[in-house]
Design a protein around this ligand. Sequence first.
Ligand code: F0G
Length: 358
Amino acid sequence: MAQDLNRPASDRLTWRGVVEEYRSFLPVDEKTPVVTLGEGRTPLIYASELSKEKSCQVYLKYEGANPTGSFKDRGMTMAISKAAESGSQTVVCASTGNTSASAAAYAAKAGMTCAVLIPEGYIALGKLAQALVYGAKVMQIRGNFDQALQIVRELGENSDKVTVVNSINPYRIEGQKTGAFEIVDGLGRVPDFHFIPVGNAGNITAYWKGYKEYFNAGISSGLPKMMGFQAAGSAPIVLGHVVENPDTVATAIRIGNPASWDNAVAAKNESGGLIDSVEDSEILAAYRFLASRESVFCEPASAASVAGLLRTDIPKGSTVVCVLTGHGLKDPDVAISQITVPDAVDATYEAISKELGV
Ligand code: F0G
């Protein structure tokens, strides 16, 4: 029998990626060629220091542990698999960085061409490096994410040759909702509160959809309050109007006109939750707290969820999940800006023991 080189020789892989693991909840069938990098099954880390701080049980869903270092991989495995099913050869996206890295990786895996539009000067170095090394055609535009997304929408509308893989592609939301399934599976219950950063608002939309689907299927017996946080300089949903020139240290969520705005508001309203903003100083304080006290290194945008938790009153004893959307190494410039790089020391035993004081 001929060997199928698209499939592993062993059927003993314990985790097959989110599409296979949650197949019955996803719009795939036997005709869908599943393009996976083994995404999902990310750690749900008990945060002992935050738990003490808030007198709650706080868990961190660490999405930085996905193959390209962010939650985008959950949606991208679906979007690229469905693009492959439809015969698409080229995918395109606008991105603040993580979507482009993920799209580039999954497109390369599928043998597709990937084009990405990113805002010049406002994308973290790790993400730019990833998109380029995975082999995407990267176009830096003299404009922001919102302008890039507008162009990508037009490309999608005017050409049937390209598939848009931003979260306006419904398959992205389908894949990303598996994050909610994993949280419920991992905790054995629904959290009381779900804290999450909000940029283009696809992820809050996806988590809420996932929680509702598990509830409706009778797998879980409740729903969390959805607590979304934007950066204060990029907080259109909080302000109730488009922000023309969004600004924040958390470049991943530097977005002034979110595509899934209405869905984010619906998630907040239906769940009895909140969409609020956090200052850059609070984001950076949470970022440092997470690394130094919880040993979890995330990127600045991710820390917006924890910054939100730190500023919000919630009942003692609540079960809380904060989603940490991306890995800290994505944005080395912000990391370096938050610390003092030590001077070099002589390469001698004496110099080092003096430095250590031993
Ligand atoms: N956190 C990180 C690390 C992100 O990269 C993003 C979005 C978000 C949070 C917000 O998620 O947009 O679903 O509300 N990044 C997109 C990108 C916009 O292009 O990589 P959202």
